[in-house]
Design a protein around this ligand. Sequence first.
Ligand SMILES: [Zn+2]
Length: 218
Amino acid sequence: MTDTKFIDFPDLKARVSIEQAAQMLGLNLTKHGSQFRGSCPVHGGGDRTLVVTPLKGFYCFGEKQGGDQISLVAHCRQVPVRDAAAWMLDGLGGAASKPAREKLPAAPQRPPNGLKALDYLQHDHESVKALGLAPETVQAWGAGFAAKGILRGRFAVPIHDREGTLLAYVGNRCQRRAIAEAALSQRLRSALSDFRSRQGAGRRAVSCPRAASSADRA
Ligand SMILES: [Zn+2]
């Protein structure tokens, strides 16, 4: 599933430190000063073969290869870097629920990139007005009526986390009755407006009722 998904590598690196990656891999490393050292799960060797330096990276003396946390996962699992990143993303949920060891804070729980906002929601749709909501309010929410997509025919409201990452949309089925009422009130308003403009036209003796109508609305 993750193999076709876009992976934000810098974001992943920001979320999973190299210590956390080592933890996810279940590496048995011992702290030596500012470094963690141990045997490489692939290349074996003594307990100094694999060196993990927080904020810097890792180095395997067995293969004379090093890199960042994603490379560490790729190295230890012997998979391409992209697969390693996907594996880390998959493991984030599980890693976050485990009790974090000292100095190894759990990864924050949020989707990597958030959802893409739906750009086709109509904040001034009749069914939205029928819900008793001001179009400006609905626009400010980023909500609106979905005329297409999975929420088609529904009033869609975005859900964000505290950082403002878009997590999901909830869809509220716009009631047929509410839509009908909105349409009816729209027709009534328009009839009333026509009536007023005709009255205005009579008083002002304007011969063109269309012109009077637009002047009336302006
Ligand atoms: Zn190695």
